[in-house]
Design a protein around this ligand. Structure first.
Ligand code: NAI
Length: 329
């Protein structure tokens, strides 16, 4: 079995090395998969890929020409894969459906707390000997209303944890969530959630329907000063409307672990370059915005689980077994 693993940083490689069978021939490739790097897949039976690897029809065609028959995604989301093209080319696609929903839920709440209590400011101020509290006023979560969009594994964990803070939790999901009733999470229409929530957090997949669901119109219907958190996928939010909402004060706090055009930025060190994305740079200038670089999933437990599930997905393919984590259109 020859496997080429794209977007493989040192921390990914360390985990994969520990779990992948030694008889497999593995080529770890650090760069993202794109039209320039796809050539590394020549002669591979399978590739592994991550969130920003480009798996459009053109690249899938190249992979098929090289003989690749399996794409084992090392992530849950598969919005970066043209599934129809993969199916047409006879390439199977698997994913890691849940590596640690706890990791993402905990990071989500970390962003909420850091923003409300301005921990990112306190870190710098105190180190400079500035112990003044001006500008550091926060708010209690207790008694606030939190809106969770997407009542899946992560959304439900976030909802459960916000209940423990003493919040009223509203959820919106197009599918009925029986577990939500047991957890005391109130299912409401999306518009109700927008209008009633003090904090809104996104945990739905990126689809045609959810693309830019947070835009000028939805932001205008929210409470003034709302806190918005996105640890789902960047394109759930339309970035210019975030800038406008922050400038007008309609958005009081913004926490993002994902960004629509993160592919050009995240997971790499750009500290010595001039970043060309003006909207992203504008977002970073606001004192009430906290951005992390797609690290919500990044815990030891999650990395181990990703590696083990990726190994199992490839092994099932080798054995000709049913691919339990296959995604198709
Ligand atoms: P999940 O599949 O368990 O839950 C997703 C939920 O969203 C489902 O209940 C589904 O019915 C719902 N949904 C579908 N369409 C919707 C719509 N139009 N509006 C509202 N809800 C809708 O997925 P999970 O594990 O909870 O992950 C959620 C998302 O989090 C993933 O799709 C992925 O994009 C993102 N994620 C981010 C990570 C990070 O490191 N920042 C890591 C892992 C996942």
């Amino acid at each position: 079995m020859k496997v080429v693993s794209f977007s493989c940083k040192i921390y990914d490689r360390q985990q994969l090395c520990q779990v992948l069978p030694s008889e497999w021939e593995i080529n770890y490739v650090e760069p993202v998969l794109d039209e320039h790097t796809v050539v590394y897949a020549q002669g591979a039976d399978a590739i592994t890929a991550f969130v920003n690897d480009q798996l459009n029809a053109k690249i899938l065609q190249r992979l098929a020409d090289y003989g690749v028959k399996l794409i084992a995604l090392r992530c849950a989301g598969f919005n970066n894969v043209d599934l129809a093209a993969a199916e047409r080319l006879g390439i199977k696609v698997t994913r890691v459906p849940a590596y640690s929903p706890y990791a993402v839920a905990e990071h989500t709440i970390g962003l909420m707390l850091a923003l409300s209590r301005k921990l990112y400011k306190a870190y710098n101020r105190v180190r400079e000997g500035n112990f003044a509290l001006n500008g550091m006023l926060g708010f209690d979560f207790h008694g606030k209303t939190v809106g969770v969009i997407g009542a899946g594994k992560i959304g439900r964990l976030v909802g459960e944890r916000m209940k423990a803070f003493g919040c009223e939790v509203l959820v919106y999901d197009p599918f009925l969530c029986e577990a939500c009733d047991e957890l005391g999470l109130q299912q409401v229409p999306l518009q109700d959630l927008f209008e009633r929530s003090d904090i809104i957090t996104l945990h739905c997949p990126l689809t045609d329907e959810t693309n830019h669901m947070i835009d000028a119109e939805s932001i205008a219907s929210m409470k003034k000063g709302v806190m918005l958190i996105n640890t789902g996928r960047g394109a759930l939010m339309e970035p210019q409307s975030l800038v406008d909402g922050l400038k007008s004060g309609q958005i009081g706090y913004l926490g993002m672990d994902v960004y629509e055009k993160e592919g050009a930025l995240f997971f790499e060190d750009h500290s010595c370059e001039i970043i060309q994305d003006d909207v992203f740079e504008r977002l970073l200038t606001f004192p009430n915005v906290l951005v992390t670089g797609h690290q919500a999933y990044f815990t030891e437990e999650a990395l181990r689980h990703i590696s083990e599930t990726t190994r199992d997905n490839i092994q099932m393919f080798i054995n000709g077994q049913e691919l339990v984590n296959q995604v198709s259109c």
